[in-house]
Design a protein around this ligand. Sequence first.
Ligand SMILES: NC(=O)c1ccc[n+]([C@@H]2O[C@H](COP(=O)([O-])OP(=O)(O)OC[C@H]3O[C@@H](n4cnc5c(N)ncnc54)[C@H](OP(=O)(O)O)[C@@H]3O)[C@@H](O)[C@H]2O)c1
Length: 359
Amino acid sequence: MMVASTVRYQAFGVRTCTRTLRYNRRTAAAAAATQTGETKKVALVTGGSGGIGASTVRNLVEKNYTVVIAARSKTKATSAADQVRESVPDADVRIADLDLASFASVRACADNILDEYERLDVVCNNAGIMALPSRELSVDGCEMQMQVNHLGHFVLMEKLYPLLKATADASGEPARIVNVSSVAHNFASTSFPVTDVNLAEPGAYGALGWTAYGNSKLANILFTKELHRRLRKAGVSNVLVNAVHPGVVDSELPRNLSINFYPLLRILGQLITNDEGARGQTRLCLGSAPFETVSGAYIAEMASQGKKGEHELFDSSAQSNDLGLQRAFWDESCRLTGSKWNVLEASTQTEQQLSEMNV
Ligand SMILES: NC(=O)c1ccc[n+]([C@@H]2O[C@H](COP(=O)([O-])OP(=O)(O)OC[C@H]3O[C@@H](n4cnc5c(N)ncnc54)[C@H](OP(=O)(O)O)[C@@H]3O)[C@@H](O)[C@H]2O)c1
């Protein structure tokens, strides 16, 4: 109860004036939430309505987390929640509307979370789409894979960060952000187009949508590493952020492929199950050994090393480790989304100190 009250106080303190207008409604929701056991840890999983995300939701519920499935289809989310309740009868699993293809929807989702939840310990940015055969734009005018896979999550995290930080401060345990990337980040353009993230230049989208998917998955790692660096620069060590490649998983992800090679991979025994794929991100969400304190890292499923279904620390591409690219892409993500991330402006570490910390 003490932790929840402190989090409510601290989180409220860092919110903008618009939050104040919703204070009464929020206080009522918080009181109701407290009565239903709000002191349990809370995790939010985007795309928790299916595939690897649904397995992640179940894993966290089994560890006694209250889990919010943030999804664009209420029908699918309700069905996923019902399935979790079948295997974990006292599961506290809830639903939030989120369409990452619309920044307005993302901001509304975050506002609802801030209104309704007293604490937030974990966010797993898992939702994704892969290889749309031709270039599509979101309502915000952004290339669709980049928006759903990265930019939408970038906005979501800016909005939810204050509650994550307040929760970590009050509970004395780190809050955790997990960005689900892919080995496909290696498919990104060799000259990652920071000035053409939306791939508007003629021929930039490429054949079958793989370059755009690779760019968006590289974006997940660039974001992870730059956010880690900015957190440290702001003197924040209790919010941890990592990226993961779940493995090549037998999910619904190939639904948009013009040439669907997943059935062949299935026949060849090259696919892992959703449950196996979810292991890595679950361990990052929980901070399980050896990932208790790791941040700014990339872990990957190790089938290529003969360890199918296991996830270990792995070197992501040279591009993803390019400091200049990380910074430039952060700025471009701000420009495209209108996010400012002012919440991280306070800088307590000098460049010299950061360099000594190997950040
Ligand atoms: N499967 C693989 O082989 C593989 C390999 C490497 C990385 N990954 C990554 O793993 C993550 C999970 O993918 P998955 O394999 O579990 O695929 P999946 O079965 O297709 O699940 C994707 C989830 O994202 C949701 N989603 C899609 N567009 C959305 C939007 N605009 N707003 C909100 N939610 C949206 C989907 O909801 P709907 O069902 O309503 O569309 C679904 O819940 C993705 O980030 C993917 O890039 C997967």
